[in-house]
Design a protein around this ligand. Structure first.
Ligand code: 5AD
Ligand code: SF4
Length: 359
């Protein structure tokens, strides 16, 4: 097992390829190794972040996402400050260590004012709570003001490390380099930065995924949130033959994501890795499986029930008809029965961030 670990950490291409495809006993071995690496750093502890999807407004038109501006079937919403305050109350009562404010990508002064107000209010009322923002690409000044207002962490997925594939999945107006620039700014500004990719994207090759792992290793991010690609019928990527293909590939994508997570854990032992909700589309225990194998963070939804059905990035998103309270109860029960420990009440700062901050 030590030899496998060495080969993975040394980026032996043949081993990485084999691991990505692993099933049966080879997959069991990979999972055992990844679990061992994770437990050495985090034990059985799972950290919670309550996620509030406070608006589904978006200016972008990503080819894979149900919230793209071109999808006119979506009812657009933006939660009011009192609605957000009520969701925050729940987060406090539930004793989550951190809140994630997520929305589509919107720019402009009014939006900035609104977001700054959300962050300031939260910081003032709940000073001990770690604040994470996930609102896409913004300019450096905005990221700076957000940080000054009290934001501690930022999530921005690079989506794929391959510029070529990125261009195939996004309209011309969007650019991989600009996204990467945003990630660099966020790091400079002292945020704990999280990024990630989608696994199983149309046109993505195993070499692309190895490229993603290399990108994660070299760029030293503190957190990762990555999950499987799930088709959404109202997007350009969901032509009829693509739907058929995706259904055929479903099992492959699920295992590929778990194997990718295991490799990432072995390569970045001290980073925080979240179990993506999208895994539950493939298997009702998908997220729990990811927590057993490699991930140490779960992000239960705190979005009010009436908005959930409108925040649909991909088809068959789970828990659309549940309230936040049910999400917490259901997940905690699953976590405990899987032999894991709940880390409620802990902010759960990435050990990698702490290590880098000490340098
Ligand atoms: N399948 C899986 N993940 C998706 N996202 C957007 N659309 C999809 C989809 N169809 C992810 C992107 C984005 C995050 C908020 O949701 O990676 O960064
Ligand atoms: Fe907007 Fe994000 Fe969806 Fe792209 S992935 S369309 S930026 S919400």
């Amino acid at each position: 097992m030590d030899e496998l670990k060495k080969k993975i950490q040394n980026f032996d291409q043949k081993t990485l390829l084999k691991c990505l495809k692993a099933r049966g006993w080879e997959q069991t071995e990979l999972f055992r190794l990844s679990r061992q690496v994770k437990e050495k750093v985090f034990g059985q502890r799972i950290w919670y972040r309550g996620i509030i999807e406070f608006s589904n407004l978006c200016r972008n038109n990503c080819f894979y996402c149900g919230l793209r501006i071109g999808n006119k079937k979506v009812y657009r919403y933006k939660m009011s400050l009192p609605e957000i305050a009520a969701a925050m109350d729940f987060i406090r009562r539930a004793n989550y260590g951190s809140v994630v404010f997520q929305s589509g990508e919107i720019r402009g002064q009014r939006w900035e004012k609104y977001l700054l107000a959300i962050v300031r209010l939260t910081k003032k009322k709940y000073p001990g709570l770690a604040i994470t923002v996930s609102c896409g690409e913004q300019d450096r000044g905005f990221y700076k003001r957000l940080r000054q207002a009290g934001a501690d962490r930022y999530l921005l997925r690079i989506e794929t490390s391959s510029q070529k594939l990125y261009e195939k999945l996004h309209p011309k107006l969007m650019s991989w380099s600009r996204r990467y620039q945003c990630l660099k700014w966020l790091k400079e500004l002292g945020y704990q930065v999280g990024t990630g990719v989608m696994v199983g994207l149309p046109g993505q090759t195993p070499a692309d995924l190895i490229g993603d792992l290399r990108f994660f290793k070299d760029s030293q991010f503190h957190m990762f949130g990555l999950g499987p690609y799930v088709i959404h019928k109202d997007t350009p990527l969901a032509a009829v033959n693509a739907r058929k293909q995706w259904r055929e590939d479903k099992a492959k994508i699920y295992h590929l994501t778990l194997n990718f997570l295991a490799l990432l854990r072995i390569i970045r032992p001290t980073a925080n890795i979240a179990a993506a909700t999208a895994l539950d589309v493939f298997n009702p225990s998908g997220r729990i499986m990811a927590l057993q194998v490699a991930a140490n963070v779960i992000m239960p939804s705190v979005t009010p029930r009436k908005y959930r059905e409108h925040y649909v990035l991909y088809q068959n998103k789970p828990c659309l008809d549940e309230e936040a309270k049910q999400c917490l109860g259901c997940l905690t029960a699953k976590i405990k029965s899987a032999g894991l420990e709940s880390g409620l009440g802990e902010a759960g700062t990435s050990p990698l961030y702490l290590k880098m901050a000490r340098k």
